[in-house]
Design a binder for this molecule. Structure first.
Ligand code: B12
Ligand code: SF4
Ligand code: SF4
Length: 281
């Protein structure tokens, strides 16, 4: 299995029994034609995505083309080889997953679960996507070394909580606010303008000493997909020039164009851009 991941430049992966995962959506497995009770293993892996292209109004995860597309391509490359080798079923998931991914990734030894709810890896910080293959193969056959997997947690230093403008003021996560359809409340509008995000929010990640250390080390993703076609700054003009096909390939497209146009109108010319990266906390 190691050579398959090396070829894909995936450095962090690990296997746990499926029974250790918090599975809230067995129906997602069933829809792929495999009864959930047949799944025995979860192969968790991390997809680093950080590219330091500086200030922007799009959060880092959404600056390249959509990571769901990257994962679909990866699954199409690796799953047939694994199914042939092990004679078992492998199903790929990322984000739209039957399991709660961060805790599972930590149980697989890939990092700690932060108070900002991110999986934080020693090399890449939290700028990694979590993805997994769920398999009918027994975990031992895939390299699980035994024992009871337990998640690990961060140092609870509190920097993310102090930096988060929203939870401090009893509001919904700004990332969720940028994705909302319809009109925003006056307070939401004020916060969006103040923090300058047209899509997503990276404040609690950029405040975290573990992620800052990773960013300051100069580490970037080795995966070419995330270096290409980047949009750090989205403008209404750029958005309107995008053909539907190009728009659909972006991570910020899944709620349609309206929330983005609304956000860009609220931001106007104000871009306080990633101010936390420049501050020292
Ligand atoms: C819904 C969702 C969102 C929502 C809600 C966020 C949230 N905090 O829940 C919104 C839209 C706001 C969001 C925003 C973001 N998200 Co999001 N999101 C998800 C999703 C789909 C589900 C998360 C979830 O389960 N939330 C509910 C949690 C908080 O509550 P809970 O289930 O009750 O969890 C608790 C308990 O269940 C318990 N628990 C959990 N597992 C287990 C297991 C056992 C055995 C036991 C006993 C207990 C236990 O501990 C948990 C923590 O207290 C995951 C993908 C996935 N399938 O997991 C991605 C995911 C967490 N998001 C991701 C990203 C990148 C983001 C953003 C950074 C994007 C951005 N830049 O704007 C922000 C960050 C916001 C933040 N700080 O959380 C990545 C995180 C990657 C990483 N390194 O961790 C994920 C993993 C997607 C992926 N595949 O990579 N997200
Ligand atoms: S993503 Fe932004 S709003 Fe959401 S918890 Fe983190 S800092 Fe707070
Ligand atoms: S900022 Fe501190 S408390 Fe928050 S996730 Fe990072 S280490 Fe944990």
């Amino acid at each position: 299995m190691k050579t398959i991941w090396e070829k894909e430049k995936i450095e962090y992966f690990g296997v746990i029994p499926f029974s250790a995962c918090l599975c809230r959506r067995p129906d997602i497995i069933e829809r792929r034609g495999v009864p959930a009770e047949r799944i025995r293993s979860a192969v968790l892996f991390l997809v680093p995505y950080f590219v330091n292209d500086g200030a922007g109004n799009v959060s880092y995860y959404a600056r390249s083309c959509d990571y769901h597309l990257y994962c679909e391509g990866l699954f199409a490359r690796v799953i047939p080889a694994l199914e042939e080798r092990y004679g078992e079923r492998f199903l790929g998931f990322a984000d739209k997953s039957p399991i709660q991914e961060n805790t599972a990734a930590s149980m697989a030894g890939l990092g700690v679960v932060g108070d900002n709810f991110m999986l934080i890896n020693e090399k890449y910080g939290s700028f990694v996507f979590v993805a997994e293959l769920l398999s009918t193969a027994p975990p031992e056959a895939l390299g699980f070394s035994g024992g009871t997997p337990e998640p690990s947690f961060c140092s609870h230093c509190g920097a993310c909580r102090r930096a988060c403008p929203m939870t401090r003021d009893g509001m919904e996560c700004l990332s969720a606010v940028t994705q909302k359809k319809g009109a925003l409340t006056a307070q939401e509008t004020e916060y969006l303008k103040k923090y300058g995000y047209a899509w997503g929010c990276d404040i609690c990640q950029l405040a975290c000493p573990m992620t800052r250390k990773a960013v300051e080390s100069g580490v970037q993703t080795p995966i070419a997909f995330f270096h290409e076609e980047r949009i750090p700054v989205l403008t209404a003009a750029r958005l309107s020039q995008m053909e539907e096909e190009e728009f659909r390939r972006r991570a910020f497209s899944w709620r349609g164009r309206e929330p983005l146009l609304r956000n860009l109108k609220i931001l106007g010319e104000s871009f306080p851009y990633n101010f936390i990266l420049c501050d020292s906390n």
